[in-house]
Design a binder for this molecule. Sequence first.
Ligand code: GDP
Length: 455
Amino acid sequence: MSSSTSYPIAAITTAPGRGGIGIVRISGPNLSPFIHAFFGQELKPRHAHYLAFSDADGQPIDEGIALYFPGPHSYTGEDVLELQGHGGTAVLRRVLARCFEIGAAFDLRHAQPGEFTQRAFLNDRLDLAQAEAVADLIDASSEAAAKGAMASLSGAFSQQINALADRIIHLRMLVEATLDFPEEEIDFLEKYQAAAQLQSIDDELQQLRRQAKQGQVMRDGLHVVLAGQPNVGKSSLLNALAGDDIAIVTDIAGTTRDRVTQLIHIEGIPIHIVDTAGLRDTEDTVESIGIERSWQEIAKANVILHLLDARNPQDTSDQDIMSRLPSSTPTLQVFNKCDLLSSPLQLDNENENQLLISAQTGQGLDQLRQRLLHIAGWSPHTESPWLARERHLHALERCDQHLQLAKLHAQHNDQILDLFAEELRLAHNELCEITGVFTSDDLLGEIFSSFCIGK
Ligand code: GDP
């Protein structure tokens, strides 16, 4: 694959706001004439030139470092020029405007979100999973996520995908070769131990899926919704988990009328906790809108924390709430205010989704955190070395489905080799979609448009 772009692009590549340094980046197939027009001299490749960035009248807009990376040894694989000046919005805008003045003769255009990285992908500098990791590294909200994104960026995830793809290719080659010699078809499965090969590919895929799930949890985190009657301590629990006064706590029922969302981290896993309006029958219009929103949040949750008052564990209103909670969403029944119990509350020992806590004293919160991680599918022992996205999980799942179908053909020994071959081809395609070997333009557009400008 190579870039079909003929025009150069430019953007301020550092974050908006004030900073010591700000960078304008330009990428294009041939920047030499542009550089000459800007500086009246050539720039030595990969050499820091301290220069004035001047306007059309020769007045300096800023002074800074100009760095020139000729393609293909650059981030985008094209010629790249970086102008590192002072990090103020106005000065950077003036430098960029000057670039466009000079660049008009060369059809210089404003870079679209993610366009630098998209060019790097199109020029084979990065595969698609690595390009996604660029955005994930920038967006990483914890050290663990940043570490995982860096591992994906350096190709750890892609290497595993490619290794699996190679094994499928090998099997495909054997099948396709056999298809050319129909008289050998009968023996194929036994001769090449196709079923055993397939089983070992499948084992590898299952391991990869487990790691990818962990990597996706590390990237996207969990949406945990606090649900329950008013006054059971939802806001107090949010504050206790966040270690801060995020939500208003009072003993007046119905104070939380809208969602309050807080991002916390448990062992580096991002957890988005949503505090919702207490669920009860009410005549109050505003409160009932809040309650409706609570149900909407509950429907979207990855995990529901159903909070109850430990002093009143059999409350009929809680039974009503329970019966309305979506049965497919993992739910923890959390009995709060255990510090106020006059006699110990006996929970069902068999049910590990019941917990006793006190948002006020902190009792039981560690178990709650561990339970949340467990439900997220997070296990510290199979920690994923890299980040993954929902898109990757879906591709791996589809790959799995095709492998299972291929296995069925092998097991039944139905000798329909072309069906076996077809399922292997489809499984292989799914892996290629992760690294971007086969990817539709729509998908590429979707992925790169979620980047920020300048990346
Ligand atoms: P929400 O309406 O469910 O959000 O409940 P709040 O968090 O506003 O708490 C209602 C009342 O219960 C407040 O007076 C809190 O201080 C109190 N409360 C919350 N959790 C606990 C707890 O674990 N122990 C005790 N003793 N009081 C609590």
